[in-house]
Design a protein around this ligand. Structure first.
Ligand code: ZN
Length: 545
């Protein structure tokens, strides 16, 4: 059970407070914008890969197209052990390089002039890391399909896409577009991201699937899925016009999938309402069956929830509402807005992906089953919050924070909605985020600032409390001769969140701080804090006034 609750897309749990963790030279090379990364702006990738199921190897190359921002002659490209770079060229000229763990420092002989666009081609080969427990512990997965074929899939959030192809493995920079060419045996097909531009027949009993991505794409969003898929299509009439929906499943699951995947257009309807237009109309939307649970691969969401409702048939909220929909279809697709449209620059801010997407489950529930149902759902997931370490991890070293980024993140947003206290305005904030940060990589602090600015009041201390501290605010109150006294305890300095309470059955909005305040009331002996606020409350006998 515990294992199940270690939620989706989360790589590994963290063993202690981030501050006490030791980071290595390799962590810095992977997680920071090194000088060898900072001088060039990624504009385009052409990834070509030929997976070989016989010996679980990959052979391929990446063309990296970039614009020179600053004069520099050394470029960093990442590729993880045990894969090897076999050759690097620029304009046909062979280049030398130095390997430092998973980072390759390539010496460019051609003078790199500011403003010019250049290309390097990096060839590679080898046996990539096997995905041990995808998607959390990712890599490449090779699974026999029982018919003599091998299903091949990739997943690499956190770990990084350099686990299976050479790239600039840092989230801050995305190519503006990408071509993915995967060569597979004639009886198999590949589904990657974007649109299938062509299938080229080769004379060695293989064919090459060319998938063109027309939008910026984050590196862990890129994926390869090889199987003998069957597929069908439909058109969704959305906010931005016609959106092509395509579904790829194993032949034996076609009937079940046709029923289950009816939730995809329902999802689009709900999320376009709350978050604005699906962010990748040009690339279509796909659901692709895989042998692992699922991942938010951009415009080709992967699915392995067994055609069950809930999370592998379970309700994470324990309220019943989580069994009304398929967790993987809803959650992973929610990431198209928060992860693929608005993307963290640094995995330390992963709550921007998981907090908002966890919250999207509540909004989906509300859209189809009512406001009360949505609230029940998000409040139900509070049982899964650990409050072990802060949600925000350590920046610059590829370090996630607490897995509380999911349920506590969702409950933080639900709480902020109560503070905003205007549902239409709240929806405008959610849609405004997706419009303002459209196709961008962000610092989490930009998201906090936007919400704070549009919430009608400064809620920066609320973010500090829930994202940078592990304590849950306690609303302390006491009854005296003149009325009630109240304050916040267990809070960060300057914490000033308003809270809704019921006094003698009547809703009242209070503005507590860490200092005692009083409210004149007559004969009231009960205070009930609105359960939609993720706080605790406690009656204190003697309030010091
Ligand atoms: Zn997720």
């Amino acid at each position: 059970m515990r294992k199940i609750l270690i939620c989706l897309c989360l790589m590994a749990s963290v063993s202690g407070f981030a501050q006490t963790l030791k980071f290595t030279h390799a962590d810095t090379l992977r997680g920071s914008i090194t000088p060898e990364r900072a001088w060039w702006d990624l504009t385009y990738y052409h990834l070509s890969v030929r997976p070989n199921a016989q010996d679980s190897t990959l052979t391929g190359s990446t063309k990296v197209v970039y614009k020179v921002l600053k004069p520099q002659q050394t470029i960093q490209i990442d590729l993880q052990e045990p894969l090897q770079i076999t050759k690097v060229t620029q304009d046909g000229e062979l280049l030398t390089y130095r390997r430092d763990g998973n980072a390759f420092f390539i010496t460019l002989t051609k003078k790199q002039e500011v403003g010019k666009t250049e290309t390097i081609e990096v060839s590679y080969a080898g046996k990539p890391r096997l995905a041990k427990r995808p998607p959390w512990d990712g890599g490449v997965q090779w699974v026999p399909d029982g018919k003599g074929n091998t299903i091949i899939s990739t997943s690499c959030q956190g770990l990084g896409s350099s686990v299976w192809w050479p790239c600039k493995d840092h989230m801050y920079d995305e190519p503006d577009s990408m071509l993915i060419s995967i060569t597979v045996p004639k009886n198999m097909m590949d589904v990657s991201n974007g649109n299938l531009r062509s299938v080229v027949e080769n004379n060695d009993n293989t064919h090459t699937f060319n998938w063109a991505v027309q939008n910026p794409i984050n590196n862990y969003g890129v994926n390869m899925n090889v199987a003998n898929y069957v597929s069908w299509k439909e058109t969704y009439k959305g906010e931005k016009g016609d959106l092509a929906l395509s579904y790829y499943v194993l032949p034996q699951n076609l009937d079940k999938a046709k029923e289950q995947f009816k939730q995809a257009p329902q999802m689009l309807k709900a999320f376009e309402h709350w978050f604005g237009p699906y962010p990748f109309y040009e690339d279509g939307y796909k659901l692709v069956e895989v042998p692992y649970l699922g991942m938010e691969h951009q415009s080709s969401v992967t699915y392995g929830n067994g055609y069950k409702m809930g999370y592998l048939g379970k309700d994470l909220s324990n309220t019943g509402w989580g069994l009304k929909w398929d967790f993987i279809i809803i959650h992973e697709s929610g990431h198209e807005w928060f992860a693929n449209n608005i993307t963290y620059k640094d995995v330390a801010d992963m709550w921007v992906h998981e907090g908002f997407t966890n919250y999207s489950e509540n909004l989906y529930t509300e859209f189809y089953f009512g406001k009360q149902a949505g609230s029940d759902y998000v409040i139900g997931t509070r049982a899964l919050i650990a409050n072990d370490i802060p949600i925000i991890g350590t920046h610059g070293v590829n370090q996630e924070g607490s897995r509380d980024m999911y349920y506590k993140g969702g409950n933080l947003l639900h709480t902020i909605r109560q503070i905003v206290n205007d549902d239409e305005k709240w929806r405008e904030i959610l849609r405004g985020l997706n419009k303002t940060f459209y196709h961008q990589t962000v610092d989490g602090s930009q998201i906090e600032a936007y919400v704070s600015e549009h919430a009608g009041q400064n809620i920066s201390k609320v973010f500090d409390q829930y994202l940078r501290d592990t304590r849950i605010p306690v609303f302390e109150y006491s009854f005296g001769n003149k009325g009630i006294q109240y304050r916040w305890a267990n809070v960060v300095d300057g914490f000033d969140m308003p809270v809704k309470v019921k006094l003698a059955g009547k809703d009242e909005l209070l503005y507590p701080t860490a200092t005692w305040q009083s409210l004149k009331t007559k004969g009231i002996k009960t205070v009930v804090v609105d359960r939609n606020f993720y706080v605790e409350s406690k009656e204190v006998k003697q309030a010091s006034m």
